[in-house]
Design a protein around this ligand. Structure first.
Ligand code: GAR
Length: 189
C-alpha cells in the first residue's frame, strides 16, 4: 500500500494557500497529511483555519528567542519527530535559516505571486503592477538561504488586458496559486 506522506505548512497571514492544500486533501485529490501548521504570527487567520481542520499548530514569537538558530532548532525537532517529508511555505514571510535548510535539504518549497526572479520579496503583485508588467504570474521554487531565490519548479502566467484593477489581478493570481501549489506538491510527493 502507498504510504501517506506527511507535510508541514508554514504561514504568517491569511492562509488561503494553506486552505487550498487542506481542501485538496479533504477532497481526496492530494494523498498527504498536514501534520503541522508552523507560524511566527500566533494570531493570524491561518491558525484559525488549522483549528477548523484539526491541524496541530506550532506557533512561536521570534522576539522571544535570541537567534533564528534557536527557534529553528525547536521547529526542526518538532517536524522531524512528526516524520515530515516536505515543508511547504505558504505566505511565510521570513527567511529560512541554516538549521531548517540542513534539516530538510531540497525539501522546502515556496510559492511567490510573481514570475521570479522579478519582484521578489514582499508585495510581489503590487511591485509588478506598479512596474506596469503585461504578463503576471506565479512561481513555485525550492527554498535556499536567499529571499525568493532557489531553483524554480513551476511557473504559470497570464496576459493582462490592461483594464483589470489591482484587485482583479490579485484575484487571478490567487486563483492560479490555489490550483498550482497543490498540483506541484502532488508531483513532488
Ligand atoms: C501568497 O500570495 C504568496 O504567494 C505570498 O504570500 C501570499 C500568502 O497568501 N508569498 C510571498 O510573497 C513570498 N515572498 P495566503 O496567506 O492567503 O496563502
Amino acid at each position: 500500500m502507498k504510504k501517506m506522506k506527511k507535510i508541514a505548512v508554514f504561514a504568517s497571514g491569511n492562509g488561503s494557500n494553506f486552505q487550498a492544500i487542506i481542501d485538496e486533501i479533504e477532497q481526496g485529490r492530494l494523498f498527504a497529511e498536514i501534520v503541522a501548521l508552523v507560524t511566527d504570527k500566533p494570531d493570524c487567520f491561518a491558525v484559525e483555519r488549522a483549528h477548523n481542520h484539526n491541524v496541530p499548530v506550532f506557533a512561536f514569537d521570534p522576539k522571544k528567542y535570541t537567534s533564528k538558530d534557536e527557534y529553528e532548532k525547536e521547529i526542526a525537532f518538532y517536524l522531524i519527530e512528526k516524520s515530515v517529508s516536505l515543508v511547504v511555505l505558504a505566505g511565510y514571510m521570513r527567511l529560512v535559516g541554516d538549521v531548517l535548510l540542513k534539516a530538510f535539504p531540497n525539501r522546502i518549497i515556496n510559492i511567490h505571486p510573481a514570475l521570479l526572479p522579478a519582484f521578489a520579496g514582499k508585495n510581489g503583485i503590487l511591485q509588478a503592477w506598479q512596474y506596469g508588467v503585461k504578463i503576471f504570474g506565479v512561481t513555485v521554487h525550492y527554498v535556499d538561504a536567499g529571499m525568493d531565490t532557489g531553483k524554480i519548479i513551476a511557473q504559470e502566467c497570464f496576459k493582462a488586458n490592461g483594464k483589470e484593477t489591482l484587485t482583479e489581478i490579485e484575484q487571478k493570481i490567487h486563483t492560479i496559486e490555489h490550483q498550482l501549489y497543490p498540483q506541484v506538491i502532488r508531483e513532488i510527493l
